[in-house]
Design a protein around this ligand. Sequence first.
Ligand SMILES: Cc1ncc(COP(=O)(O)O)c(C=O)c1O
Length: 426
Amino acid sequence: MPFTANRQFKKAPRLFVEAKDMHYTTDDGRKVLDGTAGLWCVNAGHRRPKIVEAIARQAHELDYAPAFQMGHPKAFELAARLTNLTPPGLDKVFYTNSGSESVETALKIAIAYHNARGHGSRTRLIGRERGYHGVNFGGISVGGIVPNRKVFGSLLTGVDHMRHTHDLARNAYSRGQPEHGAELADDLERIVALHDASTIAAVIVEPVAGSTGVLIPPKGYLQRLREICDKHGILLIFDEVITGFGRLGSPFAAEHFDVTPDMMVTAKGLTNGIIPMGAVFVRNEIHDAFMHGPEHLIELFHGYTYSGNPMAAAAGLATLETYQEEGLLQRGAELEDYWADAIHSLRDCPHVIDTRNIGLIGAIELEPIDGQPTRRAFSAFLDAFESNILIRTTGDIIALSPPLIIEKAHIDELFETLRAVLKRLD
Ligand SMILES: Cc1ncc(COP(=O)(O)O)c(C=O)c1O
């Protein structure tokens, strides 16, 4: 099982058999409140009729069309709808099937783009400590979560990492963006000084790092990163796999922070989690740099059998309609204050060393048990599940990211239950 304590699970399986809106149903008939939108992906809530019907219709109409040298209208229709939501200039889309594949796609496009412009020496990729960019070799190379990397060999060469931005000494219990740490973006200047800009293709960061335990960018940090990339001709890639599609109260984090990257990596909320699909958005100039040479030749030697698959495209279109009809891409902003109050109300619970929030994301960081990192948070996860709420833990951090249809009464229930769980922890 992926990222699972397999032996523990097999001894006491946790199984969901049904889901609707904000709740899962377990195999023993309990309703569990979804505090994590599945895995940060079911942004419109579960089993939404429009999406379910669109998939059923599509299966009866066109099940599959070859992705290479052929197309189908819905892939283009979806691309047009999506690029209405992206920041201006990011109008070209490449489809994948997951966040990990979107990351690989963006990294490859970055290197190939410089090559296409005659800058073949720009091959180096820069990530950040504690970054999560999926599990494929490019992603774990630029990623910075140690257990995800350390047993998998030498990874990609030509990769370096900036420092992460987590600083509890200065920023603990921040509401929204932390005050301190914009200067950490200058770490990129140190890396440029070491390797020279002429060897660097791209920098990839999560605007809000999720899987490592919710690290929110300090005020001014992303702006500074953008400036440094511009100064040195380095592409800036935002990994928006969790921040995309409304998590922060706007379609993408790029809009929320008012920083436009050169590429945006997405997946998850694109289809509300129902069918695997990812998309990489690129600046028009990046796309155009490939569009030369004889017209019968393939311009980019990259793609997947299921890129833009009709079923996924149908799910994507229906998902965007659901988001739009219900104002879900803005809902994170409407609920942010109520959500923030609820998160920070837990700061006095036992073992809590930080609470933090942005949009509809929250994190509660716990003091690890001496010599047994992750154990305390995992106990919280198990107790929470028995108490009918689904939370997610990473390290000793509890991360929350509910479906965007959450109501205030659900927020109350989630945090009252979590308070009781935290009070029971050893
Ligand atoms: C920022 C980020 N990038 C990439 C991924 C990988 O996505 P997937 O699991 O769909 O490959 C994730 C998954 O959580 C993510 O949070």
